[in-house]
Design a protein around this ligand. Structure first.
Ligand SMILES: Nc1ncnc2c1ncn2[C@@H]1O[C@H](COP(=O)(O)OP(=O)(O)O)[C@@H](O)[C@H]1O
Ligand SMILES: O=C(CO)[C@@H](O)[C@H](O)COP(=O)(O)O
Length: 468
């Protein structure tokens, strides 16, 4: 009898990826990828169209599950129609609403205690408030709100029931990882009334079937999917260089950081997942490559040809504002430029060092919450860069393990599908990917250069922020 196949979807900011795997050990037998519009808002129909192009993989699966970019606001009317393009995790227009909601509902400490996080513009709850203030007629038509993975799962299952999972629910700002319950008063504070929220399914629950009978798992947020796909263990810290930069770990206890740096999310297996997300990551590299007029591969070679510190050239990579730290109005800044260091190599190096310094700050904040990395795993599209791999240990001050490039978010979704199919208490044990170790001499002066620029610009780029 041929072994059952399972399919996992990753509907992320820039593209849709699907893997078809053997349910028993996760061996990938087929893959698919298709771009969809990125930006900071996107009509969900584009995600569905991209997914439909890969439906031939889903039709070979006995079970499927969808992981997707977190936080996006998919507002539905009473007939289940999308009322507006989804505002996405990287849209910063609701930053003022995040500030107001934080103050109205007890301040950062209470938000952290009740929801695990202090809301910034990424969080769904702030987008609901933005819509209520700026698009009242659309808010009045909104009868339910879903996340991107919820909506795709609902559409795949022929709209049987609105469901979500703990992992993605924990990024809304109106669900509590500590109690596992919704906070309807937070939704009412945002949109002015209670609206329908998806039921939070169990981590391995079958929540629907495809027309051909394949089971559909609950799905999850993309970072929760990546943790499941990596088989992240306590002590591991994942650093993902995708459209977003994320630093996360799995934990047996919920996090609650009143500073707002660490988001206290839930994972996809019933545990917790403290996480920091930056708005700028892989696109720091593509922007630098565009400025220099080179490919990403050439950018890597140029960066490796320069010396640590880029001759004093330092980039603050807040190209679209920044989420962590919460500086939505910031912009990128290049400093230290002289006739001596103005080279393509130094600009490429400064871009890589900016990306990695930003992520090193995130690792430090996670450690301050008690999550000290035993091992750092580097994943995401940006981890394909040899310069990123070789410079990361120097900036992080510790060795870095780079698993073989794979679509870990989609793999995690496929593993969840296999878990739902098996109905076992724990997810199936899948073969771990081989890792390549990178190490190098620490270069603390690079982070000192970065920290000085980061802190100096905070004083003049974000006048709204309270200065210490
Ligand atoms: N060799 C490379 N060097 C640097 N960046 C890369 C490389 N390959 C892909 N990327 C970048 O990785 C990003 C996509 O990574 P991915 O993890 O798939 O992101 P997401 O999950 O947000 O779609 C793109 O911005 C792309 O430019
Ligand atoms: O907002 C977050 C995490 O809180 C982002 O990680 C989004 O989930 C987008 O992920 P990618 O498109 O970068 O995978």
């Amino acid at each position: 009898m041929t072994e059952a196949l399972v399919a996992g979807v990753d509907s992320s900011t820039q593209s849709t990826k699907i893997v078809l795997c053997r349910a028993g050990d996760g061996t990938v037998v087929d893959e698919f990828a298709a771009p969809h519009p990125d930006g900071t808002e996107c009509h969900p129909s584009h995600w569905e169209s991209a997914l439909d192009k890969g439906r031939h993989l889903l039709e070979r699966a006995a079970a499927v599950a969808v992981a997707a970019q977190q936080h996006g606001m998919v507002a539905l009317d009473g007939a289940g129609k999308v009322v507006r393009p989804a505002l996405l995790w990287n849209d910063t227009r609701s930053a003022p609403q995040a500030t107001r909601l934080t103050g109205e509902l007890g301040g950062p400490a209470r938000w952290a205690e009740l929801t695990g996080s202090v809301p910034v513009a990424s969080f769904t709850v702030t987008k609901l408030r933005w819509m209520a203030e700026h698009e009242p007629e659309l808010a009045a038509r909104t009868e339910a709100v879903l996340l991107p993975h919820d909506w795709l799962t609902w559409r795949l299952g022929e709209r049987r029931e609105l469901t979500t999972d703990r992992g993605d629910a924990s990024g809304t700002g109106y669900w509590s990882p500590a109690t596992g319950t919704y906070l309807p008063e937070f939704v009412s504070a945002a949109i002015g009334r209670e609206i329908e929220l998806p039921r939070v399914a169990a981590p391995n629950e079958i929540v629907g079937e495809l027309p051909g009978g394949a089971a559909i798992g609950p799905g999850t947020g993309d970072n929760m999917g990546a943790a499941l796909g990596l088989g992240l263990l306590p002590g591991d810290v994942a650093v993902s260089v995708g459209t977003s930069g994320t630093v996360f770990a799995v934990s047996e206890v919920p996090a609650a950081d009143p500073s707002g740096m660490v988001a206290g999310f839930a994972d996809a297996t019933g545990r917790f997942m403290p996480l920091l997300a930056t708005l700028n990551a892989a696109r720091i590299l593509s922007s630098a490559a565009s400025m220099i007029g080179c490919s990403l591969a050439e950018l890597s070679e140029l960066a490796l040809a320069a010396t640590p510190g880029a001759g004093g050239l330092t980039l603050l990579p807040y190209l679209d504002g920044e989420r962590t730290p919460n500086r939505p109005d910031a912009s990128g800044t290049l400093t230290g430029l002289t006739t001596r260091n103005a080279t393509r190599e130094n600009l490429a190096r400064a871009a890589v060092e900016a990306l990695l310094s930003s992520l090193a700050d995130a690792i430090d904040h996670l450690a301050a919450q008690g999550v000290r990395p035993r091992r750092v795993l580097l994943i995401g599209g940006g981890a394909k860069s040899e310069a990123v791999r070789r410079i990361a240990p120097q900036i992080f001050g510790m060795p870095v393990a780079v698993p073989a490039p794979a679509e870990y978010v989609a793999l995690g979704a496929a593993r969840q599908a296999a878990w739902a199919l098996a109905g076992t208490p724990a997810p199936p044990v899948w073969s771990a990917q081989p890792v390549q170790e990178y190490d190098g001499p620490p270069t603390p002066h690079v982070r000192e250069q970065y920290a000085e620029l980061r802190d100096r610009t905070a004083r003049w780029q974000d006048p709204r922020e309270e200065q210490p």
